[in-house]
Design a protein around this ligand. Sequence first.
Ligand code: ATP
Ligand code: MG
Length: 672
Amino acid sequence: MTSLNDQESSKGLAAHEIPKLFDPIGKASISLEDYKQAHAESIRDPSAYWSQQAKSYLDWYVPFDQALTGDFSAGDIAWFAGGKLNVCYNAIDRHVRNGKADQVALVWEGDEPDDIRRLTYLDMQRKISQIANALHAQGVRRGDVVTIYMPMIPELPMTMLACARMGAMHSVVFAGFSSEALAQRISAARSAFVVTADLGKRGGKSIDLKGIVDAARAKIDCEDIITSVMVWERFFDQDSETAPYDMQPKDVRMDLLVAGQRPCHVPEWMDAEDGLFLLYTSGSTGTPKGLLHTTGGYALYAAFTTKNSFALEDGDLFACVADCGWITGHTYVVYGALLNGATTFVFESTPVYPDPGRYWDMVERHKITQFYTAPTAIRLLMRYGDHHPAKYDMSSVKVLGTVGEPINPEAWRWYFEAVGKSKCTIVDTYWQTETGGHIVTNFPGVTPMKPGSCTFPSYGIDTVILDPMSGEPVTEANEKGHKEGVLAVRQPWPGMARTCLGDHHRFMTTYLKVYEGYYFTGDSAYLDQDGFHWIVGRVDDVLNVSGHRIGTAEVESALVSHAAVAQAAVVGQPHEIKGQSIAAFVMLTDGFSESESLIKELRSLVRQEIGGFAQPDLICATQSLPMTRSGKIMRRILRKIVCNEVESLGDTSTLADPSIVDELIAKVAELQ
Ligand code: ATP
Ligand code: MG
């Protein structure tokens, strides 16, 4: 077993020694002062600000006359209503018209590194038109919901864009979800059309997606709702008369159907407030919410944030390695880069296949200019060592992005130094499925960076920290100099979701009625002395130990700074004297095993980094943690386990590995 000394030397700096502030990297055309002024201007008159942006970022078929109508109290927000446009036209056709027909729009790398496809804007326009005609032939009409359950192949973004082209709403269900979760989403959206593929591939393994769709059809009322299941074939053979899967009634061989269509389709001109898509949240905190995003506001916000947060320039190859099943995949794989006329990268595999250098190898081979992933992937790769990124020439990268959770400073530093060679900006982008795009983030070359802080609000976003009890803005700093409370937004922005599908009441009570007059994010946060935003954790997860409010992010960050800890999750458990005590779950790095001395070291690490009051009473070492399939920890399940409320675990349909729950129940029972 590795000794403590080795662990320290392999990590270099201890967590508290990581510098707290980094200067902006590179030169932007504006200074921090300019940003502050421009931001103040953008929130002074949102209607005027976004009206101007909407005209410069998008082509309108019929111009809008008023940018914003409605407000948070009534929940009737609309942007650019009356204006008409088509998002697919904006993402593809106008670039073909403007001299980019032969520019590569999409680079795809499949599960195997040598499986590569490149599609130009013209290729995309033709293929998407064929897909739109194929969908039409199957009965899809404007306003219909098309459920997409597909692997990360180029046909996935193209099917999404074909829906946008014909005015149908896509509802993408992540292809890692079970037949149960898929059936629930088909049924809730009353979606008569399903587009899938026979096979998915990940990490060298094949996944029988069609089989999962068939199983979903047998559930709830799906078979009554569905009229057509369109199946892409992974290895399509034009001459083969039989499908390479077990065909059911209503199944359609999609490649054949598409091949028979004309590569020309007139886009449907949509009202800016018509629905563009439905998407479910990750389900970290409860039952996933089916959110509706609309056409004009979402498209503008996707284009605008991609351009600004990532300093996107003409000729860039933008790589977001999220799956299209998440909002990150919608906004930053499909819509953002294409609306800007850049090239987007679509990745099918995992960060560790065939080895943990996969991302960096891709960056070198394709000359990726922006690379965007999540802290969970960074932590995973960090544990495999610096020699993986060191092997590759990553000088093409300008910006590295992170999203999904607060990033612990140690992972931030590794991303910055081992991956970015201290030459790339790290943008810590805070946002949600509901927000459509980044709402708090730094800007390359403009904002100084503090590892772990998502820094300042994006343009047009008026953030505010509210006192959770009174609902009033926090004006006084606490003893640490922090203005702490819950994060809210004071006025509407174009990218925000408009409603929960079929349940506007839930939308109002979850986001707009909690603190009257504000959009409530559900996250705890504080502003430090310099006004930087720090996300502390989910409101329901914040701990209160002997009167100290402690964020989950802070304690987890201290724990993962130990070389033996790959991931950590902390939750509160009731305590007679302290009110709450802390229970910590730690997933150990390969090569480390559980021991009494390790547990002691972890306790003292938390004491040293935060203080004695934050020391966990219970530390449970485990092989894995309950995570959503998007890689986020489901702390609510851990809380139920430590509180012995295992009968009421709630919605577990988005868990990546449900079997971990029973293991943890047994383990905790042993320790308690
Ligand atoms: P559900 O709403 O169903 O519980 P979820 O909140 O995990 O699921 P998403 O919309 O995918 O679903 O995630 C948004 C949340 O992710 C934010 O509310 C925040 O807690 C967290 N988050 C995202 N980006 C960041 C970031 N850069 N820093 C800190 N937290 C982040
Ligand atoms: Mg959420």
